[in-house]
Design a protein around this ligand. Structure first.
Ligand code: HEM
Length: 461
């Protein structure tokens, strides 16, 4: 396997990547539907860091390994675009372009503009409110209650992001956001569901409600004259709309205001669910985390500094992002011919970059299938190897909310573990993740919940 990344503009006399053998007509459809990350990993071991895959009428090229992530980080914008991949989803929100579908200068300009609103500062300065919100959303839980884990986290995360970034609670709209996102991504982005779903009244209703929520958040802010010390994402967007030459049209403003509500539903919520599962499967790790959590809340509301110092909690969050990467790959189209590791990729090719595949390569993460929270601490710092750790994607579109997500995961889990005790329904329970379309614990994951005595004695007011 090459240990040096090789790419070039020169493609003459270079072969196409090897084509993975598959069934007549169906190609590799079954393997992709069953577990595409595992299929890509097997092919990487067998064929190398670039190969072509056929599935029914689709054909795409996969690039993988740290070399693929380095390629995307260094020169991705020269050769790859996400525009056609995201285009139909973006149109569904009533606009022609949105941050994820943009390229070049316009993308950079919007990213710079949105950076502050999506930064970790959005949560760092709001620990008391965020903790209180989590407490109020869990106040109704009864001891012994059976809890459906994913919807529980979707609600908590969506409420947090709505309040932090838009100062507007999604409330009853949360179910619409979940339903809209799942159908729109499956049909319009990864194209694994039939398009008639877009015509179903339930989907149309959800879509209408999602855009309605964004309009409400904007109208609420426009009608308020409160001047916030630290402007949030909606404040920034509205300030832009008042300028002489706004960056966003009114329709783009609405689509951008949907962002905070959708960003965490499939990502942070899935990650928190997997993290809780991983903790319950590793009692020694849970004990270390619980010790830290109790210390964290000993004197009331923790500071960002104190949260950052929780090394077991941080290691658990990082190891969850490594072993349960909810966005396993990113997808693009080649906009120019290029050669990668000696093979030709032609303009127009659908390219899947298996960004998180290195998470499972033992040369970067020894014993990759064991949950080891010490990997991330010096001197090991395994995630710092070039291109090895990419739970938030790679290149120009690297997740803009990655810092915010990390803090949100740690704070949410610490607050919940401080006040509640969870247990698996059976000690032998094994989670059955799905790709729907993000890697998800699915809706069949249930836990039992109990209150904690230490929390009652030490309630954060
Ligand atoms: C565990 C949590 C998260 C994961 C794993 C994750 C993953 C990703 C990935 C892989 C991308 C790149 C998509 C692509 O290249 O096509 C992305 C983009 C993005 N994410 Fe996240 N995300 C997470 C949480 C969040 C949160 C909480 C926010 C904001 C509240 C957020 C905001 C964004 C934005 C705005 C982009 C688009 C960036 C661009 O196109 O330039 N993400 N995310």
């Amino acid at each position: 396997m090459p240990d040096r990344v090789v790419w070039s503009h020169e493609v003459t006399n270079i072969p196409l990547p090897p084509l993975v053998k598959g069934l007549p007509i169906l190609g590799s459809s079954f393997e992709l539907a069953a577990d595409s990350p595992k299929f890509f990993l097997n092919q990487y071991h067998e064929v190398g860091s670039i190969f072509r895959v056929r599935a029914l009428d689709r054909q795409f090229t996969v690039i993988a390994g740290t070399e693929a992530n380095q390629f995307v980080n260094q020169v991705g914008t020269e050769f790859l675009s996400g525009k056609d991949f995201w285009q139909d989803f973006v149109k569904e929100l009533g606009v022609d372009e949105l941050l994820v579908s943009l390229d070049g200068d316009r993308h950079q300009q919007q990213r710079r503009f949105l950076k502050s609103g999506y930064s970790r500062n959005a949560i760092i300065h709001a620990f008391p409110e965020t903790i209180q919100l989590i407490q109020s959303l869990t106040a109704d839980l009864r001891s012994g209650q059976r809890l459906q884990v994913l919807p529980f986290f979707q609600k908590i995360i969506c409420e947090q992001l709505g309040m932090l970034l838009a100062d507007c609670s999604p409330g009853e709209y949360c179910a619409d956001l979940v339903s809209f996102l799942q159908t729109a991504l499956n049909v319009l982005v990864v194209r694994q569901s039939p398009s008639f779903l877009l015509w179903m009244p339930s989907y149309k209703h959800a879509k209408r409600r999602v855009l309605e929520l964004a309009r409400i958040a904007i109208a609420k802010r426009r009608s308020s004259d409160v001047k916030r010390e630290r402007p949030n994402l909606i404040d920034d967007l509205i300030a832009d709309s008042k300028t002489l030459h706004p960056m966003f049209s009114e329709a783009e403003l609405i689509a951008a205001a949907v962002g905070p509500y959708l960003a965490g539903i499939d990502t942070v919520a899935n990650t928190c669910s997997f993290m809780l599962y991983a903790l319950l499967k590793s009692p020694e790790v849970m004990a270390k985390v619980m010790q830290e959590v109790d210390l964290l809340f000993r004197d009331g509301i923790p500071s960002a500094e104190q949260l950052r110092g929780m090394s077991a909690l941080h290691g658990t969050a990082m190891e969850t992002l490594r072993m349960y990467p909810v966005a396993a790959a990113i997808q693009r189209y080649a906009i120019a011919d290029f050669a990668f590791q000696g093979y030709r990729v032609e303009a127009g090719t659908h390219v899947i970059i298996a960004t998180t595949l290195p998470h499972f390569l033992p040369q970067f993460f020894p014993n990759p299938n064991s949950f080891d929270i010490d990997r991330f601490h010096p001197p090991r710092s395994e995630h710092k190897q070039n291109g090895a750790f990419a739970p938030f994607g790679a290149g120009a579109h690297l997740c803009l909310g990655n810092g915010l997500a990390e803090v949100q995961i740690m704070l949410t889990m610490a607050t919940l573990l401080h006040q509640l005790e969870f247990s698996l329904e059976s000690p032998n329970y094994t989670i059955q993740p799905t790709n729907n379309p993000t890697f998800s614990p699915g809706n069949k994951f249930y836990l039992c919940v109990q209150g904690r005595n230490s929390y009652d004695k030490n309630r954060v007011e």
